[in-house]
Design a protein around this ligand. Structure first.
Ligand code: HEM
Ligand code: HEM
Length: 129
């Protein structure tokens, strides 16, 4: 089961990186192109789809990874909670489950602080085990 945990941790990590490079890529594109050419708009439309799909698969992998991991600490538990939070927000926002809070959800999901906290918790949590 340790091998299963390692396998899922590794692939979850890779998928999270590819899925969420969407964020810095958009920031960079915003800085260099104004207005955006048609190709770029299409590229980010497709990338957003990949962002959602890959994050969902990574989330499942991390569920298995965390479940079978042999140790944990407060940072990893925090990391898990933030991962669940971001995934649920993303799903609620995309499928417009609660239309009344769409604006708040978008603000929560796309803000830099929560994203940075998430990355920090992954790094600190794993360097402490
Ligand atoms: C959110 C994202 C997470 C990512 C991307 C991630 C990724 C990884 C990776 C790549 C490894 C190294 C795999 C290896 O060679 O053993 C690892 C190890 C580990 N992870 Fe995570 N992890 C995450 C969340 C968690 C959570 C929530 C827990 C605990 C509940 C956890 C517990 C561990 C432990 C204990 C190890 C050390 C190796 C082991 O004993 O299995 N990780 N993680
Ligand atoms: C741990 C998982 C996730 C992280 C860290 C994350 C992070 C982010 C970040 C930082 C942005 C902002 C991009 C920008 O402003 O340019 C974003 C946008 C977005 N995310 Fe996620 N996300 C995750 C999972 C998901 C999931 C699972 C879904 C849906 C199924 C989703 C749907 C969206 C949508 C629709 C946007 C675009 C919002 C907009 O511009 O209107 N995300 N995500």
């Amino acid at each position: 089961m340790e091998a299963v945990s390692s396998f899922c941790g590794f692939w979850g990590g890779i998928l999270f990186i590819v899925a969420n490079a969407y964020y810095p890529a958009r920031l960079i594109a915003k800085k260099f192109f104004r207005p955006w050419p048609k190709d770029l708009i299409l590229f980010f439309k497709r990338y957003l789809k990949a962002h959602m799909t890959l994050n969902l698969i990574a989330f499942l992998a991390i569920l298995i990874h965390g479940h079978y991991a042999e140790e944990r600490n407060i940072y990893l538990t925090g990391c898990f909670i933030v991962t669940v939070f971001l995934t649920v927000e993303g799903i609620l926002m995309h499928y417009r489950v609660i239309p009344g809070i769409q604006r708040q959800l978008r603000m929560l999901h796309t803000q830099q602080t929560l994203f940075m906290l998430w990355v920090l918790l992954i790094i600190i949590g794993h360097s402490a085990v």
